[in-house]
Design a protein around this ligand. Structure first.
Ligand code: HEC
Length: 398
């Protein structure tokens, strides 16, 4: 009996942790929404307030406490140590381990004992998880290998290693960096062998249906410089692209708008700067004084724009994303034959330029410091991205 019980508990515990992780990051589908007072609040996640490393943050009255295993397991001046049962009570009733009613800044969660137990187990491991792949003197960086594309993976691994070598193979805060190939399909937060997990993953190819993105998110590790089908509506927090996304390109195009510019769009635009500008739909006549036309259109919109306006583009300049020029060469060629000029914007840098990746990696590792965790690394990468993600303009040749 005892043997069986032990076997069951070791077999199920990684799954419980995995479920706890999904609850913590708000990816679990079986959790009812949090409540503040009587009001349901969707989208409030533990990670959103307590941080992905559960270290909390803030100061004074808006301080959010650390809730990783070590913090909850310690008795403090304010309260005794938590155990799983007290933890469950805190979540559903809002009383801390000493019975004090917590402020409403901490929502209440209708959570089952099984769910609370899963979260509790996850929180016991979260600090270690934030450091897998980092030892006293080494950092393991994984280069993504996708099933069926072994050659690309090897090429990426070789060129990243070469780029790192070209930077002098820097040891950062006393740690050497190792690059290893990591199969994306085998990534799992419950991987039994944490010693083989990379700290961070470089250059995965994202597929159109989002399967790889989902798998990467579940694995919970930072991801740098993805390529392939990058989601247009923004990337999950763990995935950092070093290129400007579609939004960056749109912002750069809009920044070109001056007094004699017309913006033509077939979908509502977001952002403060455009409120002052007038946005036309593809079929509406262009004002006579328009010299420059910024086109933010899908394929269908571009076709109807061409149908209506082709004959009066002489002397005018068209500005649009290069991706549209590439996907509609004939149509754009057609417009180009009439318009004075066509200018296209594209994100700077090849997503697989490993020199750029190596530079970003080194800068972020330096900024993240000796106390390296996935949280500090992600913060450093995002800060770095804001400085470097750019867009360039090219003239489309006739
Ligand atoms: C909207 C922000 C927010 C969200 C979401 C949130 N918390 Fe909290 N949490 C707080 C604040 C603020 C406190 C401190 C409340 C107090 O002490 O009065 C707190 C306190 C706690 C405490 C007590 C810590 C201690 O030292 O006594 C635990 C345990 C806790 N939260 C767990 C969770 C878990 C698990 C989740 C997700 C299921 C979660 N929290 C979601 C803000 C949040």
């Amino acid at each position: 009996m005892i043997v069986a019980a032990i076997a069951v508990s070791t077999a199920t515990s990684p799954r419980a942790e995995e479920q706890g992780q999904a609850l913590y990051f708000g990816r679990a589908t079986d959790l009812s929404p949090a409540r503040i007072g009587k009001i349901e609040q969707r989208g409030l996640t533990c990670a959103g307030c307590h941080g992905r490393d559960a270290r909390g943050g803030g100061e004074g009255r808006s301080r959010i406490p650390a809730i990783h295993g070590a913090a909850l397991g310690t008795t403090t001046a304010e309260r005794p140590a938590y155990d799983a049962a007290r933890f469950h009570r805190a979540l559903i009733e809002g009383h801390d381990s000493g019975g004090r009613t917590m402020s409403i800044a901490m929502p209440r969660f209708a959570m089952s004992a099984v769910q609370a137990e899963a979260l509790w187990r996850f929180l016991a491991t979260v600090s270690d998880r934030e450091r897998t792949g980092v030892s006293a003197n080494r950092i393991r960086i994984g280069v993504a290998a996708t099933a069926g594309d072994g050659q690309a993976a090897q090429r990426n691994l070789d060129s990243l290693s070469a780029a790192w070598k070209a930077r002098g193979r820097p040891a950062i805060h006393g740690r050497e960096v190792d690059f290893v190939a990591v199969a994306v399909d085998s990534l799992s937060p419950a991987s039994s062998d944490a010693t083989l997990q990379p700290f961070l993953l470089v250059a995965p190819m994202l597929d159109r249906d989002g399967q790889t993105t989902m798998r990467l998110q579940q694995a919970g590790l930072p991801v740098l410089a993805p390529y392939g089908a990058l989601p247009a509506d923004g990337m999950p927090a763990e995935i950092v692209s070093l290129r400007a996304g579609d939004r960056g390109v749109t912002a750069a195009l809009l920044a070109l708008a001056g007094p004699r510019t017309s913006i033509v769009a077939d979908a509502p635009l977001q952002g403060g700067q455009i409120e002052a500008l007038s946005v036309l739909t593809p079929g509406v006549p262009l004002p006579a004084e328009t010299q420059r036309i910024v086109l933010l259109l899908g394929e269908a919109g571009l076709h109807s724009f061409a149908a209506v306006h082709r004959s009066h583009l002489a002397g005018r300049t068209l500005v649009l994303p290069l991706s549209m020029v590439e996907s509609q060469p004939t149509l754009v060629g057609d417009l180009l034959a009439v318009a004075a000029d066509v200018i296209a914007a594209r994100p700077v840098g090849d997503p697989l330029d490993m020199r750029v990746t190596a530079a970003a990696l080194e800068a972020a590792l330096i900024a993240a410091g000796r106390d390296l965790t996935r949280t500090t690394m992600l913060e450093a990468l995002r800060a770095r991205r804001q400085q470097s993600a750019g867009v360039e303009f090219v003239r489309v040749q006739r």
